[in-house]
Write a protein that binds this ligand. Structure first.
Ligand code: KG4
Length: 347
């Protein structure tokens, strides 16, 4: 069974993505249709709207992925779809094939990294993994395929959401997502200028909370009289630097929270599984250079190596879903599609 060709479909959030991947690791095609324009207009993901947008494009996205890969539906060994967390479109849309793999999107960074980073990583499956997306933060210890120990999770807002709101309130250009805009502006600012407090200092666990920091940012913006009605492109230089200070200070504290959680998580993970060598970081926020640099320090201090899949594989994409499907296929684990009326959004 090792010449598998799998179609992966990912629709858990705001992008409709599909990819065809071969079990030797070859990516035959990768197609992503973005809803970024829609998001910019409405300032966030509205589940109903996102679902309609997915429904409109999914057939074309899948067809394009098959065409580019030069495969026909019948050549496929199986189809893997995301089951969550996120929108449940995949559960309702008809994905026509014999086998389905229901893929939990948050554990994929792990498998993806193992698969695309060569034999060194293949020698040991176990590793710690941190997923940082718009809706979820998750720290897990992967002991084996399908054997995950959850070390920490989001208790309110995820870091990506905090980046997105900060971008919106600072009047940044939202045509792309907020995170990269904040990262860019933060480079101009003084990260020590606004004294935000680090979330959950007193909680000695590995959970994440960004709701409080979001509020702190909003209050800082209000008290500084930054007029977020004015887009940053037409702000005075004084106003711009004030916004940059907030962006930089926010980012410093947002990432400090990550650093603390990761350090503890790695300690916990090493106690459970002393052989782990890697912390894999995935999700949209993992493409942030500052996040990577800071986490790299933490992880190195603990004797592990930080692994970040390339940005195109860090955000919503069909490749990770397809690859997870391949790994499940290899061990003969697949699930029938659930009845459509049981589909539930978990966003
Ligand atoms: O994993 P992802 O693509 O999708 C889901 O959340 O489903 O993550 C998107 C999130 C958004 O909140 C976006 O603002 C954030 O990742 N993001 C970033 C960066 N690039 C994307 N946040 C901070 N810095 C970045 N460079």
């Amino acid at each position: 069974s090792d010449n598998l060709v799998i179609l992966g479909i990912e629709t858990s959030c705001d992008d409709t993505a599909a990819a065809v991947v071969r079990s030797n690791g070859e990516i035959l095609s990768q197609v992503v249709s973005s809803q970024a324009d829609l998001l910019a207009r409405y300032g966030g993901v509205a589940p109903k709207m996102a679902e309609e947008a997915h429904a409109q494009v999914i057939d074309n996205v899948v067809q394009e992925a098959l065409d580019k890969a030069n495969v026909k539906e019948l050549d496929l060994s199986a189809v893997a779809v995301t089951i969550g967390p996120g929108l449940s479109l995949c559960l309702r849309e008809e994905v026509h094939d014999a086998c389905y793999f229901l893929v939990h999107i948050m554990v994929n960074g792990t498998r993806l990294a193992i698969s695309f980073y060569g034999p060194a990583y293949l020698s040991s499956f176990s590793m710690a993994s941190l997923a940082l997306s718009g809706g979820h933060n998750l720290l897990i210890l992967a002991r084996d395929l399908g054997q995950y120990v959850q070390l920490g999770t989001t208790i309110d807002d995820a870091i990506g959401e905090a980046y997105d709101k900060t971008a919106k309130w600072l009047g940044l250009d939202l045509r792309r997502s907020g995170g990269p805009a904040v990262e860019e502006l933060a480079r101009e600012g003084d990260a020590e200028s606004v004294k935000f407090s680090v979330p959950m200092k007193q909680h000695k666990d590995c959970n994440f909370s960004y709701a409080g920091l979001k509020t702190q940012v909003r209050l800082a913006i209000e008290s500084r009289n930054v007029s977020t009605e004015i887009p940053i492109s037409s702000a005075s230089s004084e106003d711009r630097s004030s916004r940059a200070d907030i962006a930089a200070s926010f980012q410093r504290v947002a990432v400090l929270h990550l650093e603390e959680r990761c350090e503890r998580a790695v300690e916990w993970a090493l106690k459970i599984e002393p052989s782990i060598k890697y912390l894999v970081v995935s999700g949209g926020v993992a493409s942030n250079q500052y996040v990577r640099a800071r986490l790299n320090q933490v992880v190195k201090k603990k004797g592990l190596e930080l692994v970040c899949p390339p940005p195109s594989l860090c955000t919503d994409n069909g490749v990770m879903i397809a690859w997870t499907g391949i790994e499940h296929f290899r061990v003969g684990r697949f699930d029938p599609p659930p009845p459509a009326d049981e589909a539930e959004d978990t966003i």
